[in-house]
Design a protein around this ligand. Structure first.
Ligand SMILES: CC(C)(COP(=O)(O)OP(=O)(O)OC[C@H]1O[C@@H](n2cnc3c(N)ncnc32)[C@H](O)[C@@H]1OP(=O)(O)O)[C@@H](O)C(=O)NCCC(=O)NCCS
Length: 151
């Protein structure tokens, strides 16, 4: 039996979505080897760039079943937190989220988008390669933790 089609919409996240978004990421997102998500971090993102976080929601519903962050810093475009609720996977939701994110980034002037993908995330690797992304072999990311300054 083929899965029932799920009509969904893509819309920007707002401050009202922070709790349900954090709940979605807990069950749906890639959560290893990365900073922990916090309410404050999502609020800071939405304050700085209100259009950066896109959500997939079921038609007639409000809670997110999918998400992506399209980060544009004026120089480069980075994609984060692409995640789809396990009950709604393989129905083109990630494809639609990514397409909307790429469209927004192109509008900003971006000529390339990238995503950090854990080497061990087979599903993630299948997704990115299925949607036209290729792994860069010649670069390694160098990182240093910074101390959070309270507002
Ligand atoms: C990866 C993830 C976002 C995919 O979401 P999704 O809505 O199921 O993906 P889509 O249905 O839009 O699939 C788009 C393409 O990705 C690839 N893909 C997605 N899931 C796949 C799977 N289980 N096996 C193989 N290819 C897959 C296919 O190329 C697919 O295109 P197709 O359906 O035409 O074959 C989802 O599985 C998820 O949230 N995983 C956990 C979080 C995660 O790893 N995110 C990526 C972080 S780097």
């Amino acid at each position: 039996m083929s899965p029932i089609e799920t009509p969904f919409l893509i819309r920007p996240a707002t401050g009202d979505d922070v709790d349900t978004l954090l709940a979605l990421w807990e069950i749906a997102a890639e959560n290893d080897a990365r900073p922990v998500d916090t309410r404050e971090a999502v609020e800071r993102l939405l304050e700085r760039d209100p259009g950066a976080c896109l959500l997939a929601v079921l038609e007639g519903g409000n809670d997110p079943i999918g998400s992506i962050i399209a980060g544009w810093d004026g120089w480069r475009a980075h994609l984060y937190r692409l995640a789809v609720h396990p009950e709604h996977r393989r129905r083109g939701i990630a494809r639609a989220l990514l397409s909307a994110a790429e469209e927004a980034l192109v509008e900003h002037g971006a000529t390339r988008a990238d995503a950090m993908v854990l080497s061990s995330n087979t599903l993630g690797r299948q997704l990115w390669s299925g949607l036209g992304y290729t792994e860069q072999q010649e670069w390694r990311r160098w990182v240093k933790p910074l101390e959070l300054r309270p507002r």
